[in-house]
Every structure is written in structure tokens, then in C-alpha cells.
Design a protein around this ligand. Structure first.
Ligand code: GUN
Length: 296
């Protein structure tokens, strides 16, 4: 079998178009412009690239982007004061604090200080609890993007065996909750899982989110399975810098029914879903109908 490519780059473009048309409607019909505030503490180069990209895509979708850049030695009190101001600012519908934060700042405390209804990352403990109990919440962007691609490819996911490799709060755990919400039989596998190849072999859907380059080879994959590769790993090969996923694409694509490439798979969906979450938060804040197809 040669797998169908799930083109995240193209899919993300359609999500951004849906977001932009909803933003136009919010402006024209209601005089509301959704606003996203991104807070960056310190000068981590990768974080700076992400934040710039988020700001650019936010304005391209017709929304307002507010960037708050703070020094690496910012105190917890100063950061909390900025978040508090954003929480009460009616022009701000979404707040994202870029992670990782410098070591002296308590990440849980900071994230849980964001107003849950503006928590477009879906990391606040209230949103985690709401998602876990099947209630309306803000859903973490990367798992939401994976879910959208899976629904687009399969239609219904009901009854499918899904294996999520990785148990992070950002991807693995919320991904498992979303798949359970769509009536999959879900296994969360991780570094201590016994017989990981055997566990993966049972899966109709494999979501790999461990951050280990090409860890999942094709011979672990069940014939015809759908493989979603969340990994973005930079490696040296043949003297060149290369981006690879957590799945060995070449061997997996020979067995899978469908697979996301790296780059161009899950990656572009994350910011597209951040924009979608911002529109969703804006609609909820104003008591308006939520955009179709942009939420879980
Ligand atoms: N750093 C890496 N990924 C993310 C993300 O999804 N959200 C935030 N806030 N920081 C990140």
C-alpha cells in the first residue's frame, strides 16, 4: 500500500479562509474585531519565530494582534499584572503566553491566571477539566488540528482503535480526550509502555507525539492505518539540517492508508487552530453562534 498524503499545509489554508470569512462577518454584522494577545517572556529564538508567525497570521485573518514582549528576568508579579490587564480588556478575546517560560516563573500558576474563556491554548485547568468531562471548552490547538484532519479524512471516527504515543499535557492527553469524545477506543502509550510495537499494531489511528526523531518504523503500523505525526525534530543527515517527524515517513508511507508529512502536516494546523480558537472565544464572549467546523 502507498499511503494517501494528508496535506496539512493545504488544510490549514482552508481553516484560515474560514476564520477570515467569519471575522469579516463579525466586523460587518456586529462591529466586532476579534483580538489575540500573545505574551513572550525572554528571547528564546524558536519562541520568537513562533510569536512573529502568530502575529502575522492573526492580522492576515483580519483580527487584531497584540504582542507583549517582556524581559527574561520579568518577575511573576509583573507578568501576572499584564495577564490581569488582558483578562479585563474587552478588545482582547484570546490570550496566549508563549511556553516555555524562564525557569524562575511558575508555569502552572501563570497559565491558571488567564481567564479560562480567553485561554485559546486550552491549557487552563478549567478547560482541561471541561474537555475531560465532555463539556464545552477551549481545546488545545495541535490536538484540535489533528482531530480536524482525522474527521476530514474519515468522516466518523466512531469505534476506531486509536493509539496516542506521548502523554504530554499539550498534545497527548488532550488528543486522547478528543478521540474518546469522537467514540474511539483510545490507548495512551508512552516511554514505559510494554510491547509498544504490538500496541501500535492494533491501531486504526496512530498519533505520534513523543519528540523522538523517526521513532515509529513502518513495521509497527497496521496495514491501512491513518498516521498523524506531531513530531518536529531537527536532525543532521548527510551533512544537512533536516526536519523529521516521530514516524519514519519512508517506511510508514508504504504500509499506512494515510499519513501526514513533516514538514507540511500537523505543523501548519497549530496556528490555524489558534486563529479558530480566537474566533470561537470572541463569538462566545459576545453571545454569538460559533463558527461551524472550527471547534471540537
Ligand atoms: N510553545 C510550544 N508550543 C506551544 C503552544 O502550543 N502554546 C504555547 N503557549 N506555547 C507553546
Amino acid at each position: 500500500m502507498t499511503a494517501k498524503l494528508i496535506d496539512g499545509k493545504a488544510f490549514a489554508a482552508t481553516v484560515r479562509e474560514k476564520v477570515a470569512s467569519h471575522v469579516t462577518r463579525l466586523k460587518e454584522d456586529h462591529g466586532i474585531t476579534p483580538g489575540l494577545a500573545v505574551v513572550l517572556v525572554g528571547e528564546d529564538p524558536a519562541s520568537q519565530v513562533y510569536v512573529r508567525s502568530k502575529g502575522k497570521q492573526t492580522t492576515e485573518a483580519g483580527m487584531n494582534s497584540y504582542e507583549h514582549k517582556m524581559d527574561a528576568d520579568t518577575t511573576e508579579a509583573d507578568l501576572l499584572a499584564v495577564i490581569d490587564a488582558l483578562n479585563t480588556d474587552p478588545a482582547v478575546h484570546g490570550i496566549l503566553v508563549q511556553l516555555p517560560l524562564p525557569g524562575h516563573l511558575n508555569e502552572d500558576l501563570i497559565i491558571n491566571s488567564i481567564a479560562p474563556e480567553k485561554d485559546v491554548d486550552g491549557f487552563h485547568i478549567s478547560n482541561v477539566g471541561l474537555l475531560g468531562t465532555g463539556q464545552k471548552s477551549m481545546v488545545p490547538c495541535t490536538p484540535l488540528g489533528c482531530l480536524m484532519m482525522l474527521r476530514d479524512h474519515h468522516g466518523s471516527l466512531s469505534g476506531m482503535n486509536a493509539v496516542v504515543i506521548g502523554r504530554s499535557n499539550i498534545v497527548g492527553k488532550p488528543m486522547a480526550q478528543l478521540l474518546l469524545g469522537d467514540s474511539c477506543t483510545v490507548t495512551i502509550a508512552h516511554s514505559r509502555t510494554k510491547d509498544l510495537p504490538g500496541v501500535v499494531k492494533q491501531a486504526d489511528i496512530v498519533v505520534a507525539a513523543v519528540g523522538r526523531p523517526e521513532m515509529v518504523p513502518g513495521d509497527w503500523i497496521k496495514e491501512g492505518a491513518t498516521v498523524i505525526d506531531v513530531g518536529i525534530n531537527r536532525i543532521e543527515r548527510d551533512g544537512k539540517n533536516k526536519l523529521v517527524g516521530d514516524v519514519d515517513f519512508e517506511s510508514a508511507a508504504k504500509v499506512a492508508g494515510a499519513i501526514t508529512p513533516v514538514p507540511g502536516g500537523v505543523g501548519p494546523m497549530t496556528i490555524a487552530c489558534l486563529l479558530a480558537n480566537t474566533v470561537t472565544a470572541c463569538c462566545r464572549a459576545n453571545g454569538l453562534a460559533e463558527p461551524e467546523g472550527l471547534t471540537a
